[in-house]
Design a protein around this ligand. Structure first.
Ligand code: TYD
Ligand code: MG
Length: 494
């Protein structure tokens, strides 16, 4: 009867909505297809940079939770087109080809030695040509100040690119820093291709980029600071640095928990990662090497933030030791190492009768669990009644120390405060305390002793297992060795 299927209905008709090649529908489909080809949605892990076609709660690659974010990528240029944006110094596109190792010119490892000895130290002896250096740090810690100061003091042609501040703002900062004699060019631009074009024309000796999170590549259209942009721009800069041999400094923002914002990949791309840290309430800043392809990662630079810029601190102990001559109970000096650098730090302990049932333990600059462990050892092995007392521990200058050699200084400070007997201020300590109350050997004891000697300390207490190769005649300082906590107690408080 009239129940005819569509195949019968349209058999004789030209217009068939179900047919793919239908004229009426074909233009619609085509335009939609074009848009779909342009817009690409991806889900990228902000920790490791892995991409996924759909959102997930956990990244399978790095195992982090809640790090996957949606990003829209439009206009992706093919990699071949991208490299043609800028060419090598001779105007030709450089094609890498295999080179025999003996034929590689040694001149490529040339280092630019800066007037900033602390920076030279963390970079492993100066800026390596063609290297990409990332400096991370919290907002307001002084990253821009450090690099602008470098730009102003270096006797070389520098391109300072800022996506964060205007030229006037940078000029104001430069005025504050003093020296305006330098060959420093400012560029306020965020388009990475334009920056590289300018760099190619200007041919500077060093490029500084403040910051990588403000850059955007014209080849992909996600927002600046997103994982794909950061990765893209860093990749472009790395290619530029490697092929032109111009070193590039990148400033990077860090996230709440202290990691450099953007994918971990950024840290893999660059040659050196430096971290600029410090407490905003204190004036000193520490520049730490986290990764270095051209030097040791144990290095550390120390600065002091002053009204006219950052001052290099070549003698860090001057900041970290107390300036009073009075001998106070609960205060001792510990010979610690920060990376390869020995420094003496004042440790202060305050032990008071607990007001509440559960005694309080507070530590600044030291691991609270390690403090609890030291207190437990003192209680159990020495019979000191810390369970009825509140304990506050503070490392001078707000510095954070992870070196186990600070244990001995802390133990001495704790006993000194508990008994209210001062430890002479010309005595210092270097030793790790074990669970059974034994004083353990620590690394680089010679350097620690030398530093304490240089600063005029009269006695240093350290482990008796640490004496190998030490010659007491070489130092003015008296070397005191102890094996157990009881021995320390006898020597200091009896
Ligand atoms: P800045 O370099 O802008 O920090 P970042 O780039 O890491 O965000 O540093 C800003 C801080 O440094 C600001 O709080 C003011 C202080 N400062 C000084 O104390 N002295 C100076 O000479 C300068 C330039 C800044
Ligand atoms: Mg800044």
């Amino acid at each position: 009867m009239l129940f005819l299927g569509p195949h019968i209905l349209f058999r004789t008709n030209q217009w068939n909505p179900w047919r793919a090649d239908n004229k009426l529908n074909s233009h619609k489909k085509k335009s939609k297809k074009n848009i779909l080809a342009k817009i690409k949605k991806v889900f990228i892990c902000s920790n490791c940079g892995s991409s996924y076609p759909k959102w997930m709660g956990k990244c399978n690659a790095c195992g982090e939770w809640n790090t996957i974010q949606e990003e829209v990528i439009v206009k992706e240029t093919k990699p071949e087109q991208r490299t043609r944006i800028w060419k090598g110094p001779d105007g030709k596109l450089k094609e890498p080809k295999p080179v025999a190792l003996p034929e590689v010119k040694a001149g490529t490892t040339h280092r630019l030695v800066t007037p900033d000895s602390e920076l030279n130290r963390v970079l492993g002896g100066g800026i390596v040509s063609g290297s990409l250096v990332l400096i991370g740090g919290q907002p307001g810690i002084g990253k821009s100040t450090l690099l602008l100061q470098l730009a102003l003091n270096l006797k070389a042609k520098i391109l300072y690119v800022s996506g964060e501040e205007s030229e006037e703002q940078i000029k104001m900062r430069a005025d504050r820093l003093g020296n305006l004699q330098s060959d420093c060019y400012l560029l306020t631009e965020t388009n990475s291709s334009k920056i590289l074009n300018h760099a190619q024309i200007l041919e500077p000796d060093l490029i500084i980029i403040d910051s990588i999170q403000t850059l955007s590549s014209p080849h992909i259209e996600s927002t600046p600071g997103s994982v794909s942009q950061v990765r893209e721009c860093a990749g472009d800069l790395q290619r530029f640095a490697k092929e032109t041999n111009i070193p590039i400094f990148l400033i990077g923002h860090i996230t709440k928990d202290g990691a450099i914002a953007g994918p971990k990949l950024l840290e893999h791309i660059v040659d050196t990662v430096l971290q600029f840290e410090g407490d905003r309430n204190y004036t000193y800043r520490i520049l730490r090497t986290l990764k270095n392809r051209f030097g040791s990662t144990d290095e550390l630079g120390i600065y002091e933030m002053q009204a006219n810029g950052l001052r290099q601190v070549s003698n860090p102990s001057e900041l970290l030791l107390s300036q009073t001559d009075e001998e106070l109970s609960g205060s001792t000096a510990a010979a610690t190492m920060e990376g390869m650098r020995p420094m003496l730090i004042e440790t202060q302990a305050l032990v008071t009768t607990a007001v509440y049932g559960t005694p309080q333990r507070t530590a600044t600059g030291f691991d609270l669990r390690r403090l609890s462990m030291l207190l437990a050892v003192l209680e159990k092995r020495g019979g000191f009644p810390f369970a009825q007392n509140d304990v506050f521990l503070n490392l001078a200058g707000g510095i954070r120390v992870d070196d186990p050699a600070i244990d001995l200084g802390i133990v001495a400070a704790l006993i000194s405060s508990l008994q209210d007997v001062a430890v002479p201020s010309n005595v210092c300590f270097a030793g790790e305390v074990g669970l059974s109350g034994e004083i353990r050997a620590v690394n680089r004891i010679e350097q620690r002793i030398q530093e304490a000697d240089r600063l005029g300390f009269k006695q240093i207490y350290f482990s008796k297992y640490n004496t190998k190769g030490l010659d007491p005649k070489r130092y003015n300082i008296e070397l005191k060795t102890v094996g157990k906590m009881e021995e320390l107690y006898k020597a200091l408080f009896e």
